[in-house]
Design a protein. Structure first.
Length: 279
């Protein structure tokens, strides 16, 4: 198991901005111009970005210029056969060959593990793919990041961050082969800390539902770090904020320096972020 390329920072933690939304959402509001949105994020100097492999290929020169690490998304989960629409469908598939992903020299490869599905065959394929990808990446120096989420219809929305559900999902994630978990934050240090302690692999947090304020997201990150998390992989709440570079800079201080939200975020509150699932 190798995770040090991603977490090889002075603090041992990492700020990763997810920019892989085009794989499932097409050109969502605020991300219509991929180069422009990426540049806004990169000005904040994150440790890494999470992108699709062809995004990485097309913008390779810019990413290298910014000296930012790249994590690649290996599968696609979308919610309609209509482009960029959410019709409540559960459409998931492996998308990119492990050999192709390795050619792009990422510091990690990410896949989702979706719980609560109505389609048992899709769930079975999801588990099979993760276990196979874990073996394909073993000894390559590229860690497998597994994102266990409760997106299926069988789990009500209010239970997406339920401590018991998240604990079971995280355990299954690393038992299937994860080197790093990208997990939902359960909402408090007290509930999340035992889950992090019980995981033999590093835990980073995802952004949760893309609603609320930038400050609320920062507070969740602060709580997760206090609970022992090793950083974050958050997308929409960052790149759709009023000032993505400022948001990333604040996150860097919280994650790497142990700063509090009060220390890094004044009352000039950016606009609320709304709409859609977060990855």
């Amino acid at each position: 198991m190798t995770t040090n390329r991603l977490l090889d920072t002075p603090s041992g933690n990492a700020v990763v901005v997810a920019l892989d939304h085009g794989l499932s959402l097409g050109a969502p509001e605020g991300f219509e111009n991929p180069r422009e949105t990426m540049d806004k994020v990169l000005r904040g100097k994150p440790d890494a970005v999470l992108v699709g492999p062809h995004f990485a290929r097309h913008y390779q020169e810019r990413l290298q210029e910014a000296d930012v690490d790249v994590i690649l998304t290996a599968d696609v989960v979308t919610f309609s056969t209509s482009p960029g629409r959410d019709h409540g469908e559960d459409l998931w598939t492996p998308a990119f060959d492990a050999e192709f992903l390795q050619e792009l020299d990422p510091v990690g490869v990410k896949t989702v593990l979706v719980f609560g599905r109505d389609d048992n065959e899709t769930f079975r394929r999801n588990i099979e793919y993760i276990s196979q990808l874990a073996e394909q990446l073993r000894d390559t120096g590229i860690p497998l990041v597994v994102e266990p989420v409760m997106w299926g219809e069988r789990i009500p929305d209010q239970l997406e961050t339920d401590t018991d559900y998240v604990a079971d999902a995280m355990r299954m994630g690393w038992e299937f082969g994860a080197d790093i978990l990208k997990a939902p934050y359960t909402g408090s240090v007290e509930s999340f800390e035992p889950l992090v302690e019980n995981s033999p692999v590093p835990v980073m947090i995802l952004g949760g539902p893309a609603t609320g304020t930038t400050r609320a997201m920062l507070e969740s990150v602060e709580g997760a770090m206090d609970a022992g998390a090793r950083g974050l992989m958050i997308g929409r709440t960052i790149w759709k904020s009023e000032d993505p570079a400022r948001t990333v800079s604040a996150l860097m201080e919280i994650v790497h320096e142990g700063a509090s939200v009060e220390e890094v975020w004044d009352e000039r509150e950016p606009a609320a972020v709304t709409g859609g699932r977060e990855t």
